[in-house]
Design a protein around this ligand. Structure first.
Ligand SMILES: [Zn+2]
Length: 96
């Protein structure tokens, strides 16, 4: 039996969709189109390991970009994306 490793949470799905739209359907880490919503992950721009919070700290990103980024610090590019997204969705945590 094949089971999805992705735990589906309605609030999380709503947040993912909102971030996807706020980013114009593009990955917050590489800027390329997010073609498959099933492969879209939420990236903590400032990693939790580096003291990042949940609030105003999320971007939609390709699974492979998120895995590659892991716990490194954000680049300027990601911070610009994050500022743009936070301007569109001031309180993303309310969606989750
Ligand atoms: Zn990407």
């Amino acid at each position: 039996m094949i089971r999805s490793h992705v735990h589906v949470n309605p609030g999380r799905e709503r947040l993912r969709g909102a971030l996807y739209r706020a980013q114009g359907g593009r990955c917050g880490l590489c800027g390329a189109r997010l073609r498959n919503m099933l492969a879209v992950t939420l990236d903590h721009v400032v990693p939790r390991a580096l003291g990042g919070s949940f609030h105003g700290n999320l971007l939609a990103a390709h699974l492979q970009c998120n895995v590659k980024k892991a716990d490194r610090a954000p680049t300027g590019c990601e911070l610009i994306w994050l500022a743009a997204v936070n301007a569109i969705i001031p309180n993303p945590e309310r969606l989750a």
